[in-house]
Design a protein. Structure first.
Length: 186
């Protein structure tokens, strides 16, 4: 019987000791729920399936992307922000290449304090889509502007820092990767 009694029961019993008229009765006390199991994702999914409730298996960003895909066919220009480390070679090249497109407004910035143009909150607020050259740039942008980028798409282009400004290979990489994400041609 004592195995069914948990910490809450013992506390209630101790509070009522000392001649109190309302003593705790040992009648059908219900043990507390195991709250750890209530918040495990797999347990939530099982519970939702048993109740017939659709459980969101996708993240908020995934759901938003499905509901509102990038639509370039509107009359508004889309604002793109290209980010690299020092805003010296890769992001200025991407800015130069895509600035000629009639449906796009383009800026570039760097994450380093020594960048030619360091990324600012105004840049992040202005941008509809942010393109970063490497994963570390995405991590820095998210760390510095967490709330501002919560619902902004950030795409990692995976372009290493081994190209000079307006290098032919760099231009080709930027064209292919950005065009495939936006569904555009340069």
């Amino acid at each position: 019987m004592s195995e069914n009694r948990n910490r809450a029961w013992r506390r209630a019993k101790n509070r009522n000791k000392g001649g109190s008229q309302n003593a705790v009765k040992d009648v059908g006390y219900k043990p507390e729920k195991n709250w750890k199991l209530m918040y495990i994702r797999s347990e939530k999914l099982k519970r939702a399936l048993s109740l017939g409730i659709p459980y969101p298996v996708k993240t908020l960003n995934q759901m938003l992307d499905e509901e509102m895909p990038i639509d370039i066919n509107t009359n508004e220009k889309l604002n793109l922000l290209f980010v690299c480390s020092r805003n010296q070679w890769r992001s200025p090249t991407a800015e130069k290449v895509w600035s000629k497109h009639p449906k796009l407004n383009v800026r570039s910035a760097g994450t380093s304090p020594r960048a030619r143009k360091t990324i600012t909150p105004k840049d992040v607020q202005w941008a509809d889509i942010i393109f970063v050259m490497e994963k570390k740039h995405k991590n820095r942008v998210v760390a510095e502007f967490t709330r501002m980028v919560d619902h902004k798409p950030i795409h990692v282009l995976d372009i290493p820092d081994e190209y000079k400004y307006m290098d032919d290979e760099l231009i080709e990489l930027v064209n292919l990767s950005v065009a495939s994400i936006l569904g555009l041609s340069e």
